[in-house]
Ligand binder design. Structure first.
Ligand code: PXP
Length: 235
């Protein structure tokens, strides 16, 4: 099981004082030293944590980079220029504390779907692998395949918050369905040292993207150790 470490909240801390510290690139190096298989960051429209320069420097670091972003013309342009290994398209709301749900690929607002379709096309043309962050719902999985995404990232937030076996089962069913129609599968959101293993055990799951719980643990034990403990937890 691969682990993508999301370093957004290192940048959140830095932005609190608008100084250069702590440096997300140094965090990425530590995460890799702890066994991270890739680095994940979310360049938000409001630039509340990760900045454009961070993404550029992460690219220069050469680690496998998964850039989370909204399907906007601005973000597509940035991604096509910086060429991360993967883009995960997420919905974005200005006032949310974190990504609240998956993309609605079945929205009655057709514009939403056409924005995503357009972004996928442009990113794939630039040689970037594209993943769609969706809820573990059959219709969303079918739509993701119809839009020719390479991967889906299944939103694990509901399971992580409730620890409900029903929610876990939904993730398992969505993963199985996705594999059958040719999609590759990642998962993430709200995963921690206790709840991640059950998601890691789902057949066909390739990578878990985890941020907050690792950064929170790193405050006490350091990032390298926090990452290696998570690698161990999801083995
Ligand atoms: N995956 C996606 C698509 C996300 O938006 C986030 C949060 O930035 C994560 C994974 C990581 O979530 P968490 O910080 O709760 O581990």
């Amino acid at each position: 099981m691969k682990l993508g470490v999301n370093i957004d909240h290192i940048a959140t801390l830095r932005q609190c004082r608008q100084e250069g510290l702590p440096d997300p690139i140094e965090a990425a190096r530590e995460a890799l030293a702890g066994g991270a298989d890739g680095i994940v960051c979310h360049l938000r429209e409001d630039r509340r944590h990760i900045q454009d320069r961070d993404v550029k420097r992460l690219r220069e670091l050469g680690a496998r980079l998964d850039l989370e972003m909204a399907a906007t013309a601005e973000m597509v342009k940035i991604a096509r220029r910086l060429k991360p290994d993967m883009v995960t398209i997420v919905p974005e709301k200005r006032l949310e504390l974190t990504t609240e749900g998956g993309l609605d690929l079945n929205s009655k607002f057709k514009i939403q779907k056409s924005k995503v379709r357009n972004a996928i096309q442009k990113l794939k043309d630039a040689g970037i692998v594209v993943s769609l962050f969706i809820d573990p719902v059959q219709k969303q999985v079918t739509e993701a395949a119809a839009l020719q995404a390479d991967f889906i990232e299944l939103h694990t937030g509901r399971y992580a918050r409730s620890l409900s076996l029903l929610e876990l089962e939904k993730i398992g069913i969505a993963a199985q369905q996705a594999r059958l129609i040719g999609l590759r599968v990642n998962a993430g959101h709200g995963l921690d040292y206790d709840n991640a293993k059950k998601v890691a055990d789902i057949p066909g799951m390739e990578e878990l993207n985890i941020g907050f719980s690792i950064i929170a643990r790193a405050v006490f034990v350091g990032l390298k150790r926090a990452v290696s403990e998570m690698k161990e937890a999801i083995k």
